[in-house]
Ligand binder design. Structure first.
Ligand SMILES: O=C(CO)[C@@H](O)[C@H](O)COP(=O)(O)O
Length: 217
């Protein structure tokens, strides 16, 4: 059964705490927090202050996905705010190894992220450093996009590398995830499913968390 990571990008910001409590009580293991800088991706979202505010209200793993150019600039801020996982895009820095080292040194689980157009080979040299790989299943920057089936092959490639080398990183998927699209991803080796609009744009977010788990039993 896959772990579920609701993305607060689609939550009700005026009622953020009740929305977080709903998915927490429904058994979601991870809370996904999308940081957008208006440069690496067109939109702006929120910063370390949000992570700091959310930290005391849930025990869920706080998974900070930095869609930020040169993310090294903000690693310590998010670590101090209470992030458990910090994800940096291989496309966003010429120094991915250093960025992951900074996350490690801050006592946080390092995650490397790849866009749909980036091959797995681009992150192979750093796979021994990470606790999680995030495979973007849409182009990053917006919620509510359509899942890209071509990304499933990359999940399978990562799963094969994991087995061959004895790594135990989680493989997370993000973008267009619902109870249909999650199935092939889980079969290919995905272990964590981020879902924004599917969970929070529903009348019953808790039922949607459960539906993702049921679909991958
Ligand atoms: O990283 C992102 C957007 O770039 C995501 O985490 C979105 O929040 C996913 O939204 P849905 O596709 O699930 O609506």
């Amino acid at each position: 059964m896959i772990k579920v990571a609701p993305s607060i990008l689609s939550a009700d910001y005026v009622n953020l705490q009740p929305d977080i409590e709903k998915v927490d009580q429904a058994g979601a293991e991870v809370l996904h927090i999308d940081i957008m800088d208006g440069q690496f991706v067109p939109a702006l979202s929120y910063g370390p202050g949000w992570v700091k505010a959310i930290r005391p209200i849930t025990k869920m793993v706080l998974d900070v996905h930095m869609m930020v150019q040169n993310p090294e600039r903000f690693v310590d801020d998010f670590a101090q705010a209470g992030a458990d996982i910090i994800g940096v895009h291989v496309e966003a820095t010429p120094h991915i190894h250093r960025a992951l080292q900074m996350i490690q040194n801050a006592g946080v689980t390092p995650e490397v992220v790849i866009n749909p157009g980036t091959p797995v080979s681009a992150i192979e040299p750093v796979l021994d450093m990470v606790g999680q790989v995030l495979v973007m299943t849409v182009n990053p920057g917006f919620g509510g996009q359509k899942f890209l089936p071509s990304t499933v092959e990359k999940i399978a490639q990562l799963d094969a590398i994991k087995r061959e080398k004895g790594y135990n990183f989680d493989i997370e998927i993000d973008g267009g995830v619902n109870d249909q699209t999650v199935v092939d991803c889980a079969k290919a080796g995905a272990t964590v499913a981020v879902a924004g609009s599917y969970v929070f744009n529903a009348d019953d977010p808790a039922a949607r968390v459960q539906a993702l788990k049921d679909a991958t039993k």
